[in-house]
Design a protein around this ligand. Structure first.
Ligand code: C2E
Ligand code: CA
Ligand code: CA
Length: 429
């Protein structure tokens, strides 16, 4: 039997799009380089071995199942051929979609996975040699790719589908940004806005960021999304400032955009942001980047260099959700932050527990000592507001002042905040 790389049957696939095969059409052939795996949306697929005499069927796959994944994972060639049974619709899963995940795996786990694949390929070869012309049904179980638990499998398939939808959503303009004011507690003016992404899904309705940001991050789609968000947010602020809107206190506003690890560790990140802010007519000082500690955990050195370049260019950098996760104090020393955002779980406890109150007090003092601005997140009650003022916290953000709003509601939202806030503030001070 011929082994080695054969002429490719592969089409010119578009990443993340569907492709259709007619009954009997060959999807890939044994020995070819495996550039992608496939998920079956509709129809079926037969996996088979070619021998000199006849093709030996090995397995059948149906809707929701994945095939062709081995070559994608270990970079080897196809160990069997595949053809369509009936008209069949497939979604391709590219090497790029898997590469980052495999890279992030624990090295021991990665080694075990590659060893398993290697043994599996060897088994396939011996099966092929021994049973090339025999009844092949006995082999079916040895190419069953669904050996994980059903839940794991379903979760993996859902993630692949979600990734595909996210890529399409970026191009179909299904994302929107909402803006939540950040209040200067001393002057009681709006200091800026945090941009928060929203996904208006055509079937599922509004999908909150918590349901898709991690998938966007692990698939790499986040980079495109972040560029989009940065551009939108800068243009929003530019429009707001040029209207000399009622939100603009004349002290210079900022817009804060959440960015991820994949953004920060991109070589040209600082240049890209400079260009986006410049095109929108904003100075770097109008733009704040919010990152969580997970951003710096993966590639600490690269992140430090990238953030320093941004800081030198005049952008502000905030550490988000401070107090959750590891929150190593050395981050405050190693990275050029100028703002620290206290997570809302601390703000919630500021009136409920004396210990939490002292903790927040200490974080504020620590930030002051390091000349960092402090923003308290998730302020929901006048009592929390007053306590944060008393503790010397500089800035705050939360439903008490305003919820995240679409651009069209920002000015009226800020106006009604000002009116209701003045009344509330007088009532509690
Ligand atoms: P985050 O950066 O900590 O954003 C603050 C979250 O708290 C937002 O949730 C906001 O709506 C919510 N929030 C604000 N004030 C209050 C309050 O008083 N009470 C309560 N209970 N919640 C409040 P959201 O919009 O669902 O965003 C969740 C997370 O998703 C964000 O947390 C951020 O980590 C991420 N995210 C949002 N937009 C983006 C984006 O454009 N890019 C990236 N990479 N991540 C984003
Ligand atoms: Ca944030
Ligand atoms: Ca936060």
């Amino acid at each position: 039997m011929e082994v080695g790389v054969r002429a490719s049957t592969e089409r010119n696939y578009q990443d993340g799009t569907r492709c259709e095969f007619m009954d009997g059409e060959v999807i890939f052939k044994e020995g070819e380089p495996g550039e992608r795996a496939f998920m079956i949306e509709q129809g079926g697929v037969e996996i088979y071995l070619e021998t000199n005499e006849q093709d030996v069927p090995m397995a059948r796959r149906g809707p929701g199942e994945v095939f062709g994944e081995m070559a994608l994972i270990d970079g080897g060639s196809r160990s069997a051929s595949a053809r369509a049974i009936g008209t069949c619709e497939l979604i391709s899963i590219t090497r790029g979609q898997l590469a980052e995940r495999i890279h992030l795996l624990d090295p021991v786990l990665r080694m075990c996975m590659l060893v398993m694949l290697d043994r599996f390929r060897a088994t396939l070869k011996s099966v092929e040699a021994a049973e090339a012309s025999a009844d092949s049904r006995a082999c079916h179980s040895c190419v069953d790719t669904t050996d994980g638990t059903h839940d794991d499998y379903t979760e993996a398939v859902d993630r692949i589908k979600l990734e595909r939808e996210l890529i399409a959503a970026v191009h179909a303009n299904q994302f929107k940004l909402h803006y939540q004011p950040v209040i200067d507690l001393q002057s009681q003016r709006i200091a800026g806005f945090e941009a928060l992404i929203r996904w208006q899904h055509p079937e599922r309705g509004a999908v909150p960021p918590g349901a898709f940001i991690s998938v966007a991050e692990s698939s790499g789609v986040i980079v495109e999304m972040s560029h989009w968000a940065l551009r939108q947010a800068c243009e929003f602020l530019s429009r707001l400032m040029s209207r000399q809107s009622r939100c603009d206190s004349g002290y210079g506003l900022f817009v804060a955009v959440n960015v991820s690890g994949a953004d920060v560790t991109q070589g040209a990140f600082a240049d890209t942001i400079l260009a986006i802010a410049g095109e929108a007519g904003l100075a770097a000082s109008n733009v704040k980047l919010e990152i969580t500690e997970s951003v710096v955990l993966a590639q600490p050195e690269l992140a430090a260099r990238s953030l320093s370049t941004l800081k030198d260019a005049g952008f502000s950098v905030a550490i988000d959700d401070f107090g959750t996760g590891y929150s190593s104090l050395s981050y405050l020393y190693r990275y050029p932050f100028d703002t620290l955002k206290i997570d809302r779980s601390f703000v919630r406890g500021v009136l409920e527990s004396a210990k939490m109150n002292r903790l927040v007090q200490s974080i504020v003092a620590l930030a002051r000592g390091l000349e960092l601005d402090v923003v308290a997140e998730g302020v929901e009650t006048p009592g929390q507001h007053q306590m944060l003022v008393d503790l010397g916290c500089g800035y705050a953000q939360g439903f008490l002042y305003a919820r995240p709003m679409p651009e069209c509601d920002v000015e009226s939202g800020c106006e009604s905040w000002r009116e209701s806030f003045a009344t509330q503030f007088q009532a509690i001070s």
